[in-house]
Design a binder for this molecule. Structure first.
Ligand code: NI
Length: 256
C-alpha cells in the first residue's frame, strides 16, 4: 500500500482519462492520493476532486509562481476552502528563484502568510523550493513551528541542505526524478534520509520516471520511485511502502 503525497490530478493533462488514471494507480497499490493545490483555481479543484473520490485528499495553497497576482480576495476564498474536511495540508507554497515568475519579495510575503495560516489551522506544510534554499530555511526558522511540521517536496540539493531540513523536523520526499539516468548525485544525497522522514510522491503530471521520460507522469508510476529507493537505501520494497505510508498517515493525519 502506497500514498502518493503529491500529485496534480486536477490538471488539464488528466481531463480525458482522470478516472482511469486513478484506477490504474489503485491497481498498482496506491491507496491514497494527496492532490496538491498550486493556485486558487487548483485549490478549488483539489477540494472538488477530493469530494468525489474517497481515496483523494486535498491540499490548499498557492505556488510562488503566482505571487505577483495575489489579492486579499484570494485569501478570503482560501479561508472558505479551508473549511472542507478533506484538507490535510497547506501547499504547495514556498520560493522559486529558478524561474522567478514572480518577484522574490512577493514570494516571501506569500510564503510567510501561508505559514501563518498553517499554524492557525494546525496543518502541515508542503514546501516547494527551487534555487532558494537559504531564504526558504530562514523564513521557516523565523515563522514556522519548532519543529516544522511538513515536507520538503521534490527534494533537490546537497547533504548540507538535507541536514538542515532534517534538523528543522521536516520530512523529505523525492519525485520520480530520482530514477533519471543523470540523477546519480541526488541518489547519493538520498542515502542520508532516515526512513522515518521519507515520503513518496509523483508530482504528476510532471517528472515521469526514466522509463517514461518526457511523457505525462501518473501516480501508477510511483512504483518506479519505490524501487529505486529500495535499492539506494538497501531495504525491501515492502519496507519502503510500509514506512512511507506510516509517515504520511501520521504527518497528514490520514485516518485508517
Ligand atoms: Ni507540485
Amino acid at each position: 500500500m502506497i500514498i502518493d503525497t503529491h500529485c496534480h490530478l486536477d490538471f488539464d493533462q488528466f481531463h480525458a482519462d482522470r478516472d482511469s488514471v486513478i484506477e490504474r494507480a489503485e491497481k498498482a497499490g496506491v491507496k491514497y492520493f494527496i492532490n496538491v493545490g498550486s493556485s486558487l483555481e487548483g485549490s478549488r479543484k483539489s477540494v472538488e476532486l477530493a469530494s468525489r473520490h474517497d481515496s483523494v485528499f486535498a491540499s490548499v495553497g498557492i505556488h510562488p509562481h503566482e505571487a505577483d497576482h495575489i489579492t486579499e480576495d484570494t485569501f478570503t476564498e482560501i479561508e472558505g476552502l479551508l473549511r472542507d474536511k478533506k484538507i490535510v495540508a497547506i501547499g504547495e507554497i514556498g520560493l522559486d528563484y529558478f524561474k522567478k515568475r514572480s518577484a522574490p519579495d512577493k514570494q516571501k510575503t506569500l510564503f510567510t502568510r501561508f505559514i501563518e495560516i498553517s499554524k492557525k489551522r494546525n496543518l502541515p506544510l508542503i514546501i516547494h523550493n527551487r534555487d532558494a534554499a537559504r531564504d526558504t530555511l530562514d523564513i521557516l526558522k523565523k515563522n514556522g513551528t519548532h519543529p516544522v511540521s511538513g515536507v520538503m517536496h521534490c527534494f533537490s540539493g546537497d547533504e548540507k541542505f538535507l541536514g538542515e531540513v532534517l534538523e528543522m523536523g521536516l520530512h523529505v520526499s523525492f519525485t520520480c526524478n530520482l530514477t533519471f539516468k543523470n540523477a546519480k548525485r541526488l541518489r547519493e544525497v538520498a542515502k542520508g534520509v532516515p526512513l522515518d522522514r521519507l515520503l513518496l510522491e509523483t508530482d504528476a503530471p510532471f517528472l515521469a520516471p526514466q522509463a517514461y521520460r518526457g511523457k505525462r507522469n501518473e501516480p501508477a508510476y510511483i512504483i518506479e520511485l519505490r524501487d529505486v529507493l529500495s535499492e539506494i537505501l538497501n531495504v525491501s520494497k515492502e519496507e519502503i511502502e510500509k514506512v512511507t505510508t506510516d509517515n504520511a498517515k501520521k504527518l497528514f493525519k490520514i485516518p485508517g
